[in-house]
Design a protein around this ligand. Structure first.
Ligand code: SF4
Ligand code: SF4
Ligand code: SF4
Length: 352
């Protein structure tokens, strides 16, 4: 890409042909507030929060979609720009419940951050507000469209990241809302509950049901880990409070999944704390499973494998491994089968 020079807020900076103004600003440490923009999604220039002044342009331009050119002059915080941003945010607030005190996303809300940055406490535009019923009819995602800012991030995530297109824009004008075809519940739509819409939503419009009432954002400890479900190796960011997983979030630079997860990785973590989870080995005695120590269990396995091998040969034994194990664990399993037991009867569920 050809390098170009432009002026941002009076300073000469470098960019590349094809960059947007926002991209050049981000590369050069110039902050422009955004709302509908998300780095993992194609920009759409919907919210108009990132408007900037470009010399020679009659109107303010959305920096997330406007491409730079040689010699361009841009003002990112002129009085006109700041006033336009405040106007846009106040219009959003005119139809927003403002119940930050009890909102699940308090402390993790981009609308809240915008109001803080722009010093907005209330809106000049009182008027009709929506009173949508809260939809918690599915087991994973609560939808409160009273808090929706119509940024379409969820729609883009569903289309471009999961490739499902379960949701889109319904109706027009003040009645515009996000929904499924015929406005049916997510559970009756093509939704796969990957949770990417929740992950990219900038407000409390979409929240994971499992997280509700489990704690405030600043109480969580973050631990990056690999999903335990399959051999894909998706990276996850666990929100943990008091040693319990409260929510799974995306790791955008995870090399295997780039932030995407399936329903199991995103919402299937409750097994970790389930009271029925096996935490000790069980040995069958008189037809009943009873708890044993690891030494007892391993001694039993060793002696039974030894008996079978002696009586029927090594090839009477087969070893099955699992895609839930790491490559290293699977390597050790096949080594155990071949070198210790002496059989090539090794198989793996990922082959099925
Ligand atoms: S979505 Fe954000 S601005 Fe709206 S109530 Fe929740 S925390 Fe407050
Ligand atoms: S959970 Fe996934 S499939 Fe369902 S609406 Fe959200 S992004 Fe689309
Ligand atoms: S539900 Fe969230 S992500 Fe979707 S349009 Fe509304 S605010 Fe944006």
């Amino acid at each position: 890409m050809a390098e170009i020079t432009l002026t941002i807020d009076g300073k000469k900076v470098k960019g590349e042909q094809g960059d947007t103004i926002l991209e050049v600003c981000q590369k050069n440490g110039v902050h422009i507030p955004t709302l509908c923009y998300h780095p993992a999604l194609p920009p759409e220039g919907i919210c108009r929060v990132c408007l900037v002044e470009v010399t020679g342009q009659r109107l303010l331009q959305p920096s997330c979609t406007f491409k730079v050119s040689e010699g361009m002059e841009v003002k990112t915080h002129s009085p006109n720009v700041v006033e336009a941003r405040r106007f846009v945010v106040e219009l959003i607030l005119s139809d927003h419940p403002l119940d930050c005190m009890t909102c699940e996303m308090n402390g993790h809300c981009e609308l809240q951050d915008l109001c803080y940055e722009l010093g907005i406490k209330e809106t000049r535009f009182p008027g009709v507000r929506h009173a949508y019923p809260i939809d918690d009819s599915n087991p994973f995602i609560e939808r409160d469209y009273n808090k929706c800012v119509l940024c379409r991030r969820c729609v883009r995530a569903c289309e471009y990241m999961n490739g499902v297109e379960a949701i889109g824009i319904l109706w027009r004008g003040f009645e515009t809302k996000i929904g499924t075809a015929f406005d049916i519940g997510l559970q009756d739509s093509p939704c796969e509950f990957c949770g990417m819409c929740v992950e990219v939503c900038p407000t409390g419009a979409l929240t994971p049901i499992e997280r509700k009432g489990q704690g405030r954002e600043w109480e969580f400890r973050h631990v990056q880990t690999i999903c335990p479900y399959c051999g894909m190796g998706c990276q996850l960011d666990l929100n943990i409070k008091e040693n319990q997983i409260v929510q799974v979030q995306s790791v955008w630079d995870g090399p295997a999944n780039h932030g995407w997860t399936c329903v199991k990785g995103r919402f299937g973590f409750d097994f970790t704390h389930h009271p029925d989870r096996l935490t000790r080995p069980l040995i069958k005695k008189d037809g009943q499973f009873v708890e044993a120590t690891w030494d007892e269990a391993l001694d039993l396995v060793t002696s039974r494998l030894g008996e079978i091998k002696e009586k029927h040969s090594s090839d009477a034994i087969g070893v099955l491994s699992s895609a839930k194990c790491t490559n290293e664990e699977n390597y050790v399993v096949q080594k155990f089968a071949r070198a210790v037991i002496g059989t090539n009867n090794v198989d793996h569920c990922a082959r099925l």
